[in-house]
Design a protein around this ligand. Structure first.
Ligand code: FAD
Length: 300
């Protein structure tokens, strides 16, 4: 169905309903995997997929709904300290989780910036990673925490570090017939964190943002991970700034030193929201804020 034609007023609106597709509501992971082929799309929270369907920017022949598949949601701590988050865990449930608030405060801080309540009630962590919007908060926060994902396919499972998972704008290593099953985050107990973003309005995608995790013994930052978002085609490791912070006793002055290096790894572009130059400036300012917060927590 075509949308209303406003061409007389100089505006032609696009389609507002999806092209026809088969709908499969999978009851088990095996059912879901069996239903997937090269022209299928997985439906999780639908907060990114449904707009794309409605605008006919994607035209799958089949949509495989995984919402009724048991065991895909929830947060748990393994005996080895690794935290597992099921792909179908809603943003709202991340925010409500005591484990997330206590052990993954960086994830909680990032999730609080995702959209509005209605979006957080449906949107999932797996959908956010699989959709791979370069301005999304969770991919950056989870990359800073050195997380990886477990991906299921008919032939078995594979684990991929988030460092390798994002390959471009809205593009990941996920192949046809694969389902992101869960996220695994190494024991984050020694990580001090910081998070800062600028968006035009609360709930908007960020113009730019920075997530920071400082891993190390109290009083000594052994390893720093800084990830910027909104300033490249994927979440961007700020490696020069990381080097300025690693294996150095943390002091508050270090935040300015890291900020001075922050833009070196970013490749921002101009768009309707901001110029590339402004985004590069924001990354410096936000890096200084987020690193200062992380160092403050490390020294507390
Ligand atoms: P879906 O829309 O169901 O799917 C998205 C894509 O991922 C599809 O291609 C789907 O096939 C694939 N997919 C989903 N789950 C899996 C899986 N388990 N395995 C393999 N592939 C999978 N996000 C932000 O990060 N920050 C924001 O500020 C923000 N603001 C928003 C504002 C609005 C108005 C809207 C509508 C959305 C916003 N979002 C924002 C997006 C939101 O976070 C989505 O929830 C998220 O991007 C996708 O999650 P989903 O579960 O809705 O995935």
């Amino acid at each position: 169905m075509r949308g209303r034609d406003d061409s007389a007023a100089g505006v032609e609106s696009g389609p507002v309903k999806p092209a026809p597709f088969d709908y499969v509501r999978a009851r088990t992971l095996d059912d879901a995997l069996a239903a997937l082929d090269a022209d299928s799309k997985i439906l999780a929270g639908g907060q990114s997929l449904v707009p794309l369907l409605n605008m006919r920017l994607v035209r799958p022949t089949r949509v495989v709904d995984i919402n009724a598949v048991p065991g895909l949601a929830g947060v748990r701590a393994r005996p080895d300290g690794v935290l597992e988050i099921g792909a179908l865990t809603r943003h709202t449930d991340l925010l409500a989780s005591t484990l997330v608030r206590e052990r993954l405060p960086l994830v909680a801080a990032a999730t609080a910036h995702v959209g509005h309540r209605a979006i957080r009630n449906r949107g999932t962590i797996g959908g956010s990673l699989a959709h791979a919007d370069p301005a999304a908060e969770l991919p950056a926060a989870l990359l800073a925490l050195e997380a990886g994902v477990v991906i299921s396919a008919r032939g078995g499972e594979r684990r991929v570090a988030l460092d390798d998972f994002f390959v471009g704008a809205l593009t990941t290593l996920l192949g046809a017939g694969e389902i992101l099953r869960r996220v695994e985050i190494p024991d984050p107990r020694d990580a001090a964190w910081g998070f800062a973003e600028i968006a035009r309005r609360p709930g908007d995608f960020a113009i730019a943002g920075v997530a920071v995790a400082l891993h190390g013994a109290r009083g000594q930052s052994a390893r720093a991970r800084l990830v910027a978002f909104g300033v490249g085609d994927r979440p961007v490791r700020l490696r020069a700034a990381e080097a300025a912070l690693s294996r150095t006793a943390p002091t508050r002055e270090l935040a300015a030193r890291a900020a001075a290096q922050a833009a070196a790894d970013c490749r921002p572009v101009d768009d309707v929201h901001a110029s590339a130059e402004y985004r590069a400036h924001l990354v410096e300012v936000l890096t200084e804020r987020a690193v200062a917060d992380a160092i403050g927590r490390l020294l507390a």
